[in-house]
Design a protein around this ligand. Structure first.
Ligand SMILES: [Zn+2]
Length: 184
């Protein structure tokens, strides 16, 4: 490495060593070496006066950004911006789960749920009463009353399903749309 070549102790470094020695002596008054240096003679046993304490406290307030109203405001703004970014991330995430939703909708469990809903409703649209008959095919959907995307536990709950014809179903906001309205 060789960085010690020509190394010269900076004043700061010297002070650091000196301060840590002083601290050591305060913490260990019986350490028994350099006990008689000026520092110990002058400071040992003395305590900060109330005024000094107050001054230290004031200095801290000045130097501490948390006490600076401008900084506080900036931090609040940053928090708001972060929330907005979270929203963006949230939409990315939603995009990410779409294939999963598709997978679920194609799953055996989902198909079984849909069939149960249709059977319970006798393959009749629960909104307009449409049903398939000879020469007229009505396409039915098993609609999630509580959105599929939010109420994960109710995805396969028959009570959360309702049979709707395609037309009536298209009038219902889709789960993801409700989700957007709710969280946008
Ligand atoms: Zn209908």
């Amino acid at each position: 490495m060789g960085q010690r070549k020509g190394y010269k102790q900076t004043q700061e470094h010297k002070d650091k060593i000196s301060n840590s020695r002083k601290k050591f002596l305060i913490d260990n008054p019986n350490a028994g070496f350099q006990k008689d240096n000026d520092y110990c003679r002058n400071f040992a046993g003395k305590r900060h006066t109330e005024e000094t304490k107050k001054k230290i406290s004031e200095d801290r307030k000045v130097n501490n950004p948390m006490f600076n109203p401008e900084t506080c405001l900036k931090m609040a703004e940053t928090r708001v911006k972060t929330e907005v970014n979270k929203g963006d991330k949230h939409y990315n995430w939603k995009g990410g789960i779409t294939p999963i939703n598709k997978q679920i909708r194609e799953s055996r469990e989902y198909k079984a749920w849909r069939k149960s809903v249709f059977e319970r409703d006798k393959y009749i649209c629960q909104e307009c009463g449409a049903k398939s008959c000879e020469g007229n095919t009505v396409y039915l959907n098993a609609h999630h009353i509580k959105p599929f995307a939010i109420f994960i536990d109710l995805r396969f709950d028959i009570d959360n399903g309702i049979t709707l014809c395609r037309k009536c179903h298209s009038k219902k906001p889709k789960g993801e749309e409700i989700y957007k309205i709710k969280y946008e």
